[in-house]
Write a protein that binds this ligand. Structure first.
Ligand code: ZN
Ligand code: ZN
Length: 332
């Protein structure tokens, strides 16, 4: 896709806006540019987030699904979920999660920033220990980038998992990554007026805790929540989605499956993700200004809402919500 090239003297916001308009005007590889966020021009002069992928862990299409026509349709392919954070004031860039698509996503992040090519990035914040969220760390190792001390923020169990299990332990032993602690509810300061705060969420925790992140800039806040078992369980923990939504400007939410029946022959009622339709129903009574904040991510390869012309997509849009697009920018 046509992400902006590194800055060559033009003010960053001009580059970012040029990208937004270019995205609207073209349908680049692996990205259907059908939606973008209403970002006032001035807001892109400061730190911003950029969506680097919207697919569930395994990407779209998925390994082993040989009959998927999207193998031969690059525009319909999707990278795994990741959010980039760029701070032009300090020429730094960060990534939430390191996905199996890290190779491409680290390039997209570099091109969206005005920073130097090295370090490849200035830090990674991990949500949890499932395949799509941390295995991209392998590219920082000896056989690839051979990075030097890239900060990797992780919750205690996640950090212990990386420290004590190969091949990840080698990244620590060789100093390719430097583990930095995360504490739920405690902001990590990334720059002047720019912070990221982990929020615990209920999701199967075989190897690690699971967190969402809120990204707070000088003017705007973004919620990045790729995986959660159910909104009801979060309620039981004393956290209501509606309350969190009220405190942010944009909320990227788990949208793994659209509705029951999506996987033929399987009763999906016990699947550990809220259906898009469940989220739409839950938020239906909120004012339009709140519903407009919702942008869906982490779509499974079976999700009909991946297709911009699908009835599922129309249902989302008539609920006043949207499916996120790779490359979309929110000025913070
Ligand atoms: Zn996931
Ligand atoms: Zn997960």
């Amino acid at each position: 896709m046509n992400l902006p090239t590194p800055r060559t003297g033009a003010p960053f916001h001009a580059t970012a806006l040029a990208f937004l308009f270019a995205a609207l005007a073209s349908v680049p590889i692996g990205c259907t540019a059908t939606t973008t966020i209403d970002v006032p021009a001035a807001s892109t002069a400061g730190p911003f987030t950029i969506v680097l992928g919207i697919a569930q862990d395994a990407g779209v299409p998925q390994a082993g699904v040989f009959s998927d026509p999207r193998w031969d349709d690059p525009a319909a392919q999707r990278l795994a979920v990741s959010l980039g954070i760029v701070d032009p004031a300090s020429s730094t860039r960060y990534m939430i999660d390191a996905t199996p698509d890290f190779k491409r996503q680290s390039l997209d992040l570099y091109r969206a920033s005005d920073g130097p090519p090295r370090p490849v990035l200035d830090g990674i914040l991990l949500t949890h220990g499932h395949m799509g969220h941390y295995t991209g760390l392998m590219f920082l190792g000896h056989e690839s980038i051979g990075a030097n001390g890239v900060p990797v923020w992780a919750m205690p169990r996640m950090a212990e998992f990386l420290r004590t299990n190969g091949p990840w332990s080698q990244l620590v032993a060789y100093g390719n990554i430097r583990l930095e602690p995360l504490t739920a509810g405690v902001p990590v300061e990334l720059g002047d007026g720019l912070s990221v705060t982990p929020l615990l969420v209920p999701h199967r925790q075989e190897f690690s805790e699971v967190v969402a992140f809120r990204v707070d800039g000088p003017r705007r806040s973004v919620l990045w929540l790729p995986d959660i078992d159910s909104w009801r369980e979060w309620d039981e923990w004393g956290v209501r989605l509606e309350d969190v939504l009220a405190t942010v400007d944009v909320a990227y939410l788990d949208a793994t499956f659209f509705a029951d029946g999506e996987i033929p022959g399987r009763d999906m009622s016990g699947f550990p993700h809220p259906f898009i339709r469940t989220t739409i129903d839950r938020l239906a009574d909120l004012p339009a200004s709140e519903r407009k904040k919702v942008r869906f991510i982490h779509l499974n390869h079976t999700n009909p809402a991946l297709d911009p012309s699908s009835p599922a997509r129309r249902e989302i849009e008539s609920a006043g919500m949207a499916v996120a697009e790779r490359g979309e920018i929110v000025g913070l």
